[in-house]
Design a protein around this ligand. Structure first.
Ligand SMILES: C[S@@+](CC[C@H](N)C(=O)[O-])C[C@H]1O[C@@H](n2cnc3c(N)ncnc32)[C@H](O)[C@@H]1O
Length: 308
């Protein structure tokens, strides 16, 4: 069975293998990253499933009812978190599905490990957060959901102040209850990225994260970018699906792009940041499509920038 090696992870992240910390290497070591490829008939069946999903899917990103869906989802995680005696494992969102074919390095694969997507993403988050956030006085995650990224960051750098912002109260309550029951300085705030509150201040020198959150704005990210440009954080890290990096001349990428368009996920974020870079207003530090994702699309492109 093929296995994802340290060199493969480095290539996927756009990193040098020497950059991986002991913690990151341990996360690779602890999980099973072996997988198998599909036969032609199996691959045809996967593609048919993807095409059917694109045809029948009814979810409309940023539709008014989506707020209620998030509220319900995060309220369930909050309940689980309390029932489990505040176990961080209860913070894993339900949209991370287990036992699924996934997208990896230009093809569909079948992982041996049911939690492959979560484990891969965790190796990536450890590398990313250590590279860009460790040592900063704090980090603000916008669209933070259950706060699982804040918990990981706080574990890597317990000295910082971590803020989780979301437009649904259940997420804010969940993040506050993590802060009350863990040893970390984590707090939640209500914040709508479509109507950013300029009175909410980002402490100087802090970092900003969005992780699968700007995707939810249906391309209406300009007001939020203007908010960030005024606040001047030290560094901004986005992990978002990025339609502009698919090569739609290839079937495999075309399918992901078609799904992205069907749902109405955000487009134009990377081109806008490139335009701002051309105007000398931001500096892009890292742009990398991981070549990894769930069955229907790749939610993990790292875009890192700084206001100038
Ligand atoms: C796909 S989830 C990602 C959650 C988290 N970042 C993670 O990595 O698990 C998207 C999150 O964005 C939030 N969201 C959607 N629209 C938003 C808006 N306009 N302002 C703030 N948060 C929003 C949702 O409530 C949800 O928590």
């Amino acid at each position: 069975m093929p296995n994802i090696t340290i060199a493969d992870f480095a290539r996927s992240f756009g990193a040098a293998p020497e950059e991986f910390s002991a913690r990151c290497l341990a996360a690779i070591e602890e999980s099973d990253f072996s997988y198998r490829r599909f036969s032609q008939a199996e691959r045809d069946a996967v593609i048919l499933e993807v095409l059917r999903k694109i045809e029948t899917d009814q979810q409309v990103i940023a539709a008014p009812e989506r707020r209620e869906v998030w509220q319900r989802g995060w309220a369930e995680n909050l309940e689980l978190f309390k029932k489990s005696g505040f176990d961080p494992r209860a913070l894993v969102p339900k949209f991370l599905r287990e036992n699924q074919p996934i997208r990896y390095d230009g093809d569909y694969i079948l992982p041996a490990n049911a939690r492959f997507e979560y484990d891969y993403m965790t190796v990536f988050r450890i590398w990313l957060f250590q590279k860009y956030f460790v040592g900063l006085p704090g980090v603000y995650e916008f669209g933070c959901g259950t706060g699982l990224n804040l918990v990981l960051m706080a574990g890597l750098h317990p000295g910082g102040d971590y803020h989780g912002l979301d437009f649904v109260p259940a997420a804010v309550e969940l993040v506050n209850s993590i802060g009350q029951h863990g040893d970390w300085r984590i707090q939640g705030h209500l914040f709508d990225m479509l109507h950013p509150d300029s009175a909410f201040k980002i402490e100087p020198g802090s970092g900003v994260l969005t992780f699968g959150a700007l995707e939810q704005l249906a391309s209406q990210h300009e007001a939020f970018l203007q908010y960030l440009l005024k606040q001047q954080p030290a560094v901004v890290v986005h992990v978002e699906p990025t339609i502009e990096l698919y090569d739609e001349a290839k079937l495999f990428d075309y399918l992901a792009a078609a799904f992205h368009r069907k749902r109405g996920y955000t487009q134009g974020l990377l081109p806008r940041l490139q335009e701002l870079e051309g105007q000398g207003r931001v500096k892009l530090l890292h742009v990398k499509r991981l070549g990894f994702g769930s069955l229907f699309m790749e939610g993990y492109t790292a875009i890192v920038w700084q206001p100038v």
